[in-house]
Design a protein around this ligand. Sequence first.
Ligand SMILES: C[S@@+](CC[C@H](N)C(=O)[O-])C[C@H]1O[C@@H](n2cnc3c(N)ncnc32)[C@H](O)[C@@H]1O
Length: 192
Amino acid sequence: MHTVRRQNVDLRHVVLKGRILDIGGGSEGIIGHMKRNKVVAIDPSERELREARSGGLKIIMDVRMLKFLDNTFDTVTAFFSLMYIPEDDREQVFKEVYRVLKKGGHFVIWDAVMPKRRANQKKNIFVVPLTIIIPRTKIQTTFSAQWHQSGQNRRSFQKLGEKIGFSVIKISERKSVCFMRMVKTNCDRPDQ
Ligand SMILES: C[S@@+](CC[C@H](N)C(=O)[O-])C[C@H]1O[C@@H](n2cnc3c(N)ncnc32)[C@H](O)[C@@H]1O
């Protein structure tokens, strides 16, 4: 296991508008807990959804194959969920998110910054201890996932988002956490 230093993520001033789809919304269920009835949280793991804090609607579903119609949500959030998606499936995930977002809708991502994993690196699990600050509460947790060979950072998410048709409007990276907000600027399907 490769463990980075504890990171602070401050969500007190984040703006998430309208009807929200939270992908990988099990585990702590931070977005559902904060935004309550505005949130539909999906996760393929029933156990993770049951364990999540209360708030919003929880549905067992895989982000690679969303069961929602096109143009359904104002906002899609991925709070440390993309790190759990295998590299080969990421493009499909971005396409699905793009499809279910309304025109002008936002895709908001918080995730771990992982350097590339060297071929001789034996540690293959990447561990990120977090202190998450939400109104009136601080939550301490740790997320761990497969350490992807080619790593991940704000640039890799930006490149993928722009390939699918998103425009990145906010991007930041601090130590081992990156944040980005991208918008669906036109209605055309990405592969049309
Ligand atoms: C670190 S947890 C996310 C934390 C969560 N967003 C929170 O607020 O605590 C990652 C989640 O992604 C979920 N996940 C993994 N593969 C997924 C997939 N294909 N579709 C949707 N969620 C997935 C896992 O089951 C896990 O609950």
